[in-house]
Design a protein around this ligand. Structure first.
Ligand code: ASP
Length: 301
């Protein structure tokens, strides 16, 4: 028997001037609820999905109910889920019209021979699977993120939710869900639904990313953490190296050079070690250690 552990995030777009008391309370509630599930023997895969469903439904983060629209005013949502024990993955990209993108991603994994469905095909599949549609978009979306976790126009501000879980059988899983970056072009897809970029789980590590997705794609962020762990690095070293690579990708911001991407990631290894580095102002996150201790943090490291 392994002692279970979990870490979740509510996005790395946190701004110092904002108050996150509601998110802190909510993230703790989600960790407490998921601890009960893990203690009852639930699988890492189920718990990762259930945690993300709760985060999506809350309307507090830029995912699910709290999503922000794209430049054309449409809500195109991305999500993915991955099971470390079987290396199965499912994802939806630019999904419109459904309440829980991560549930749709799980259905792609469980009920199709594919890993990712996008756009209209994803929506038709979700309908066919009986997933809950959004009856009235104006009433459903809280737009909690709009103008809150926001950066100046054009800087790809962002928000996302995700969760990494180690269950009592030693299995790892990860799930991530997002509305993407603010002011995104119609059809834009970020790192979140792409296994290896925004989400990854194998037998050694589970990872969920949040930040300017274009940068996370360019370094295969989530899978790179796992590969570094497999090569012998500690989880702390592996995660820090990936965030540093993202931050320095287009230069260091000195001498008028462009600055790299910002964001962070959460990760969990098969021993229950937890890491959550970020290079943005803050990253909303909460965790449960193998010793049964819970924590919540937004700005401190
Ligand atoms: N990574 C997400 C994206 O680029 C946004 C975020 O994490 O805040 O779509």
């Amino acid at each position: 028997m392994t002692r279970p552990a979990l870490i979740l995030h509510g996005g790395a777009g946190a701004r110092r001037e904002r108050n996150y008391d509601r998110e802190v309370v909510h993230m703790r509630e989600v960790v407490e609820a998921m601890k009960l599930r893990l203690d009852a023997g639930a699988s890492a895969l189920d718990v990762a999905m259930e945690a993300v469903v709760l985060l999506e439904d809350s309307g507090l983060y830029v995912a699910g109910r709290g999503a922000s629209p794209n430049l054309a005013g449409a809500y195109e949502l991305d999500a993915s889920i991955m099971d470390g024990a079987t290396r199965k993955a499912g994802a939806v990209a630019a999904l419109q019209g459904f309440k829980s993108p991560v549930t749709a991603a799980r259905a792609v994994m469980d009920r199709t021979p594919h890993v990712m469905l996008a756009g209209e095909g994803a929506a038709l599949f979700a309908l066919d699977q009986g997933l809950e549609p959004i009856a009235d978009e104006a009433a459903w979306f809280t737009q909690a993120g709009k103008g809150e976790d926001n950066h100046p126009p054009g800087t790809l501000s962002h928000g996302t939710v995700g969760c990494c879980v180690l269950d009592s059988q030693g299995r790892l899983a990860a799930a991530t869900s997002t509305a993407g970056v603010f002011g995104k072009m119609p059809g834009r897809v970020g790192d979140t639904p792409i296994p290896a970029a925004g989400t990854w789980a194998d037998e050694g590590a589970a990872v969920s990313c949040t930040g300017q997705g274009e940068y996370f794609i360019r370094v295969a962020a989530a899978a790179q953490v796992a590969w570094r762990v497999r090569a012998g690095q500690s989880l702390a070293e592996a995660t820090r190296a990936v965030i540093d690579e993202i931050g320095g990708l287009d230069g260091d911001g000195q001498d008028g050079k462009p600055r790299g991407g910002d964001g962070g990631l959460i990760a969990l290894d098969a021993h229950g070690h937890i890491a959550a580095p970020f290079n943005s102002q803050g990253m909303k996150r909460a965790w449960l250690t193998t010793a049964g201790e819970m924590g919540v943090e937004v700005f401190g490291t």
